[in-house]
Ligand binder design. Structure first.
Ligand code: ZN
Length: 308
């Protein structure tokens, strides 16, 4: 398998979930071995932000990446799409500090990336293989990983809500399966949370156009759900996005119960900090190779509690 990038630059614009302001997103082809990079252009210049487990600051709303000087929020649905389509190298430029929320799903990003087209490069694509069972548990929620030749997620959620309840789904990652089964599943939240966030001046761009919103009994969106189990599908999409902050695609089987952005990131940090013991970087044809990015000795920020 050779490295891939997109064929041509493509852009779109949408609303930022936090600010409610319009943001322009430009996706550009990138050279081999350059990986996935965000470029945030603001009044103080162009800021390069490279995803890594330590660069993540989880918030109540979405996953944010920080490089010390600049930040970019709501990265997970776009990163999930980039990984799912097998793209190794891409530059993601934004004229604001958040990725547009679009309709709250990954469908627009998959559409955009496919419209740009994919192109194979010459060097082999590296991946990170789980080599031992690893588990992280917190308050009855957990993520467990074991070696597997592919990327498979078995996810269960259990929300005390009449419309959600217990939902479970097994998912084997391929570009087609991602586009067909996960990409359209939207983020979700509860009316009481939305009211609280609004009172704090947060989620100013959040609306029924970009989230499934639930009251005590059901969904308040006029069109209802896109899938009966849209909630667990979105949780798997988020899990793929939250693990996509690693420098290369992961290979493993993941059993996940009731996790969210905060626990997902804590799990990825654990995997990464123990790489060598439970994670191995493989370059097909070249055997084991050292990581191209150095470990940071100190995390930039601790993950905070998070919701979907
Ligand atoms: Zn999400």
């Amino acid at each position: 398998m050779r490295q891939k990038t997109i064929n041509r630059s493509i852009d779109c614009s949408g609303i930022g979930l936090h600010s409610g302001r319009k943001v322009r997103l430009t996706l550009r082809p990138a050279e081999e071995d350059s990986g996935v990079r965000f470029v945030v252009v603001n009044d103080s210049g162009r800021h390069l932000i490279t995803p890594s487990p330590e660069a993540v600051v989880s918030t109540q709303l979405a996953t944010t990446l920080h490089n010390g000087a600049a930040a970019v929020s709501t990265v997970e649905h776009l990163l999930a799409s980039v990984r799912a389509l097998g793209i190794d190298n891409i530059e993601i430029e934004l004229d604001g500090s958040e990725v547009p929320i679009m309709d709250g799903s990954a469908a627009s990003f998959v559409y955009l990336l496919r419209l740009a087209g994919l192109r194979s490069q010459t060097r082999p694509a590296a991946y990170l293989a789980v080599t031992e069972t690893v588990e992280l548990e917190k308050d009855g929620k957990y993520v467990r990983a074991e070696p597997y030749d592919g990327f498979r997620v078995d996810y269960t959620i259990d929300f005390p809500h009449p419309l959600i309840g217990r939902q479970a789904m097994s998912f084997e990652l391929t570009p087609e399966a991602f586009a067909r089964r996960l990409a359209k599943a939207r983020t979700f939240g509860f009316v009481r949370e939305v009211e609280y966030l609004r009172s704090k001046g947060l989620a100013l761009g959040g609306s029924l156009d970009n989230a499934v919103v639930l009251d005590e009994d059901g969904v308040i969106n006029a069109d209802g759900l896109r899938f009966k189990d849209e909630f667990v599908r979105h949780k798997i999409l988020d899990f793929i996005g939250d693990t996509a902050v690693l420098e290369a695609p992961l290979r493993g089987r993941f059993e996940v119960f009731a996790s969210g952005h905060g626990l997902n990131n804590a799990f990825v940090r654990k995997l990464w900090s123990e790489s060598g013991r439970c994670l191995e970087r493989v370059v097909p044809g070249a055997g084991q190779a050292p990581s191209r990015r150095p470990h940071l000795s100190e995390p930039l920020a601790q993950p905070a509690a998070a919701v979907a």
